[in-house]
Design a protein around this ligand. Structure first.
Ligand SMILES: *Cc1c(COP(=O)(O)O)cnc(C)c1O
Length: 431
C-alpha cells in the first residue's frame, strides 16, 4: 500500500487556520480628494443650488465640472449628479413618465433600492428571473413577464458586468418599453466597446462608500435624451416650483425632491473619476489571479464574462455544483470561513421575498398600491417565481467582495490556498 502524505487538518475540525489576519478595507480616497475638498471648504460655498428657475438651478461650479467630466468619461450627452444612486433610480423612474399602476420588470438579485425606486412612483415591481452565469436579468424571463401593463425594464449590471443589453433592447423595441440601467456596481465596465449604463434610456451609477469610486454618498445619472435629462434635472431639484417659470408643459411626475449632490462631493468626484480606470485594473488583476488559482477546482464555477464585454469585479461571483461535490454550500462556506477566508458570502439577494412584497404593505398599512384600483392584476411575489435566483441564493452561490477590500498579492494567494485546502478535504465535510 502506498502511503499518502498526511493531509492538513481543516480549521473547522481543529487544524491550523490558513489565514491569520483579516483583510484591510479598500480605500479609494487619497491626497487629491483631500486637497479638492479643502478648497471647497475654504471657499465657504458647500452647495450652490437654488430650487427655483434661476441660473443656480443646475448647481455650483464643482457640480458643473464633475458633470462635464462624467459626460467626457462615459461618452454621453448628459450627466446629472444626485445625492445617491437610490435617489437617482427614483429620479429615472419618474422621468420616463411612469403612471401609477404601470409595471416595471426588475431583477430580484440586486440591492432593494432597484425595486423600491419603482414603488416610489406607485408603479408595480414585477420580478423576472436571472441568468445563472451572469446573474443579470434573463431576457427570456423578462419577455415571459410582460403584460399589457408593462412600461419599463430595470436592468441591473450586477457584480461588475453589464446585463445582456442587446437582447433587452430588442424586447424593449418589440413591446415599446423603456430601459433603465442600474449600473451601481459596474462603472467603467464595457459592453461591446461602450460603457455599461450608456446603452439604455437612462443609466445610474452609485458613489457610495462601498463602490469602486465614491464621494461618501452620491450618484450619477446618464442619458443621451434631452427631454429625459431635463425631467431628471427637474425631479432632482424641486420640479413643482420650477416647471411654471421654466415653461415646462409635460407635468407628469413633476414632483421634485432635493436630490442635489454638494460641492465637496463633486470636487472629490472629479478626482475619483480620474482614478477609476486604475481602480478597475486593480480589481481585474485580483480576479485574474483568483481565476488562475481556482479554475481547476472541481465543482467550482469561477465568474463568466460575456463575449466582447469587460467585468470590473465589484463582487467575484462563484457557483458550486453541489451534486458533483456531494457537499452542501453551507459546509463549504463554514470550512472556508473557519480557514479565515475574509470577504466571503453565501447567497446574495432575493428581494422579492422581502416583507414589503410578501405582505404587500408599502404605503400605509392597507396594501397600497397592490390592493387599489391602480393595480390592475394580482401580482405574484411568492417563492418559486424566480427559481434560478432562489436556487443560487439558497444553495449554490458563493461570492468574494473584492471591491470592499484591498487584496494584496499575499491575501490572494492565502485565499486560494484556503480554497484548495478545503477542496483537498471535501470528503471529510460530509453532506
Ligand atoms: C449600491 C447600489 C445601489 C444604491 O446605491 P446608493 O448610492 O447607496 O443609493 C443601487 N443598486 C445597486 C445594484 C447597488 O449596488
Amino acid at each position: 500500500m502506498i502511503e499518502t502524505a498526511e493531509k492538513e487538518k481543516l480549521a473547522l475540525f481543529g487544524g491550523a487556520k490558513s489565514i491569520q489576519k483579516p483583510l484591510n478595507r479598500y480605500n479609494s480616497i487619497g491626497s487629491e480628494e483631500l486637497i479638492a475638498a479643502k478648497k471647497v471648504i475654504e471657499s465657504g460655498i458647500l452647495s450652490d443650488y437654488i430650487g427655483a428657475w434661476h441660473e443656480k438651478f443646475y448647481g455650483g461650479p464643482c457640480v458643473q465640472e464633475f458633470e462635464q467630466a462624467c459626460k467626457d468619461y462615459f461618452g454621453v450627452k448628459h450627466a446629472i449628479t444626485v445625492n445617491s444612486a437610490t435617489s437617482g433610480l427614483m429620479t429615472a423612474v419618474g422621468a420616463i413618465g411612469i403612471e401609477p399602476g404601470d409595471e416595471v420588470i426588475v431583477s430580484p438579485w440586486t440591492m432593494c433600492a432597484s425595486a423600491t425606486a419603482i414603488l416610489n412612483w406607485n408603479a408595480i415591481p414585477v420580478f423576472a428571473d436571472i441568468d445563472p452565469e451572469t446573474f443579470c436579468l434573463d431576457p427570456k424571463s423578462v419577455e415571459a413577464n410582460i403584460t399589457p401593463y408593462t412600461k419599463a425594464i430595470m436592468a441591473i449590471d450586477i457584480f461588475g458586468q453589464s446585463a445582456n443589453i442587446d437582447a433587452l433592447i430588442q424586447i424593449a423595441k418589440k413591446y415599446n418599453l423603456k430601459i433603465i440601467s442600474d449600473t451601481a456596481q459596474a462603472p467603467g465596465a464595457k459592453y461591446k466597446n461602450q460603457y455599461a449604463g450608456t446603452l439604455t434610456d437612462i443609466g445610474s451609477y452609485s458613489l457610495n462608500y462601498h463602490k469602486h469610486i465614491h464621494t461618501g454618498e452620491g450618484g450619477i445619472l446618464v442619458t443621451n435624451d434631452d427631454d429625459l435629462a431635463e425631467r431628471m434635472q427637474l425631479i432632482r431639484n424641486h420640479a413643482e416650483a420650477v416647471v411654471g417659470p421654466k415653461g415646462v408643459t409635460n407635468l407628469s411626475n413633476m414632483i421634485g425632491y432635493n436630490f442635489r449632490l454638494g460641492e465637496i462631493e463633486c470636487a472629490m468626484g472629479i478626482e475619483q473619476l480620474k482614478k477609476l480606470d486604475s481602480f478597475i485594473e486593480m480589481k481585474q488583476t485580483v480576479a485574474k489571479k483568483l481565476n488562475a488559482g481556482l479554475k481547476d477546482l472541481p465543482g467550482l464555477q469561477i465568474p463568466k464574462v460575456q463575449e466582447n464585454c469587460t467585468h470590473v469585479y465589484y463582487f467575484y461571483g462563484m457557483t458550486l455544483d453541489t451534486k458533483t461535490l456531494g457537499v452542501s454550500r453551507e459546509k463549504i462556506y463554514a470550512a472556508l470561513k473557519a480557514e479565515g477566508v475574509d470577504g466571503l458570502f453565501a447567497g446574495y439577494q432575493n428581494i422579492h421575498l422581502l416583507p414589503i412584497y410578501q405582505k404587500k404593505i408599502a404605503y400605509g398599512s392597507f396594501g397600497f398600491p397592490w390592493n387599489s384600483e391602480i393595480c390592475k392584476r394580482e401580482v405574484n411575489y411568492q417563492k418559486g417565481i424566480c427559481p434560478v435566483a432562489e436556487n443560487l441564493h439558497d444553495m449554490t452561490f458563493l461570492g468574494l467582495a473584492i471591491c470592499l477590500y484591498a487584496f494584496s498579492e499575499q491575501d490572494i494567494n492565502a485565499t486560494i490556498a484556503a480554497f484548495r485546502k478545503v477542496w483537498d478535504n471535501l470528503s471529510d465535510l460530509g453532506v
